[in-house]
Design a protein around this ligand. Structure first.
Ligand code: ADP
Length: 447
């Protein structure tokens, strides 16, 4: 087992990994930018090293600084968390070349899952259902229009290197599609340095349902159930739960089988997520593979009682999983609390946390790096906290989570907490009548 692990991240996920290290008797080493010197990850880790100025490309994305920190600290492995370098195949390769364990899948797997159109083709070939769309990349707007007529409007133009909902455009007709191809391509080239785009049919009123998987280096792959993440803003998740009310036992079995096949097709190791869209007619389609720990992993932990971060570390150290199935109990829901103003189209709301009170009580877990006096930096993702409730059933989880969000006090910045509580208590959510458009019912009407 590793003795020393460096955590190449910040915020709540850095704390999550520090705790996993502590539970396993491993020394944790935090890295921080100068904007984060008073942050909890820098003080709670056993050791910490400054890696550069506030801008992420000069600190948390700066590969030479992070590798130098790992070498100085004599770290045997690096946990990348999510975001930043977690899905950067070059970083995973450099770790390998420097004989530092990368706690995640192989560089080849990361590269494949990061090229969404190639991954989609691989999945199709492996018999995993994919959304109807283009074979590979779209070469020009005319070809896109021809194809869209075959598959039927509306269609979605997606960036092959895309992530975080960027480089995605919906089009309802020929003219809009030509425009969408050019816009998505330009946006993707600027954001990801790769302007390649592909086409998918836009599945209306779909649900987002994903499957958590773990794969060890002995070739075993285990599925750990689904998470429904249909409550989203700007194609980004806000509320996640497990189990999904939309899955019958037979549909769940089919989806687990498809996720298993997807992971097997690319010899997946470590923790990963296979994302599907579930259409109103109960057909489901693969959309992408996430080769990292996900923000929403705690809901799976709450119902399976598995510590997914410890499992990631064990797998990377070469230990076999030691089980082929997991039992689940109860229902878990997570609400993401972002420093954003829902009434102003989720505009970032950075600033000083003048006062902060965290909720608690039976079945409540709060994963956060917040404290009174914390200054929410404008340089990074605005996630402040994840509040997770476990209940014996969905109703109990809803009541517990909504109550916890009411109790959560964060003075100084606008947050998504109250919006999440309103959605949770709504008739729609309680009935499980949700899709990726649900959020629109809770926001001020524009125009
Ligand atoms: P990213 O990697 O940027 O998060 P995804 O491919 O995971 O992109 O898509 C993000 C979200 O966009 C999905 O959760 C879903 O809400 C929506 N989406 C993606 N593809 C489709 C599609 N074909 N039809 C309808 N919605 C889609």
């Amino acid at each position: 087992m590793f003795r020393r692990i460096l955590i190449a991240n910040r915020g709540e996920i850095a704390l999550r990994v520090i705790r996993a290290c502590r539970h396993m008797g491993i020394t944790s080493i935090a890295v921080y930018s100068t904007a984060d010197q008073n942050c909890l990850h820098a003080s709670l880790a056993d050791e910490s090293i400054c890696i550069g100025p506030p801008q992420a490309n000069l600190s948390y994305l700066n590969i030479p600084s992070i590798i130098a920190a790992a070498e100085i600290a004599d770290a045997q492995a690096i946990h990348p968390g999510y975001g930043f370098l977690s899905e950067n195949p070059k970083f995973a390769t450099i770790c390998k070349d420097c004989h530092i364990g990368f706690i995640g899948p192989s560089p080849e797997t990361i590269a494949l899952s990061g090229d969404k159109s190639v991954c989609r083709a691989r999945m199709k070939a492996a018999g995993v259902p994919t959304v109807p769309g283009s074979e590979g990349l779209i070469q020009d707007a005319e070809t896109a229009v021809k194809l869209a007529k075959d598959i039927g409007f509306p269609v979605l133009v997606k960036a092959t290197a895309g992530g975080g909902g960027k480089g995605m455009r919906i089009a309802h007709n020929d003219v809009a599609l030509q425009h969408a191809v050019n816009m998505a391509s330009t946006e993707a080239a600027a954001a990801f340095g790769d302007g390649g785009v592909y086409l998918e049919k836009y599945i209306e009123n779909a649900r987002h349902v994903e499957v958590q998987i773990l794969g060890d280096h002995q070739g075993r792959i285990v599925t750990l159930g689904e998470r429904e993440c249909s409550i989203q803003r700007r194609h980004q998740k806000l509320i996640e739960e497990t189990p999904s009310v939309a899955l019958t036992p037979s549909l769940r079995a089919k989806m687990m089988k498809a996720a298993y096949r997807a992971a097997k097709a690319i010899n997946y190791t470590n923790a990963g997520t296979v994302e599907f869209l579930l259409a109103p007619d109960n057909q489901f389609y693969f959309i992408e593979f996430n080769a990292r720990i996900q923000v929403e992993h705690p809901v799976t932990e709450e119902v399976t009682r598995k510590d997914l971060v410890c499992e990631q570390i064990r797998i990377s150290a070469g230990e076999p999983l030691g089980y082929s199935a997991v039992k689940t109990e109860g229902h878990a829901i997570e609400a993401r609390v972002y420093a954003e103003d829902p009434m102003q189209n989720f505009a970032p709301s950075p600033g000083l946390i003048k006062n902060c009170h965290l909720p608690g009580g039976p079945g409540i877990r709060v994963d956060t790096h917040l404290f009174t006096g914390y200054e929410v930096p404008r340089y990074y993702d605005s996630l402040l906290a994840k509040v997770i409730a476990w209940g014996q059933d969905r109703n109990q989880a809803i009541e517990r989570l909504a109550g916890a969000l009411d109790e959560f006090r964060i003075d100084g910045v606008k947050t998504t907490a109250a919006l999440c509580a309103t959605i949770l208590r709504s008739g729609r959510f309680r009935r499980g009548d949700i899709s990726m458009n649900t959020i629109d019912h809770f926001l001020p009407k524009v125009g």
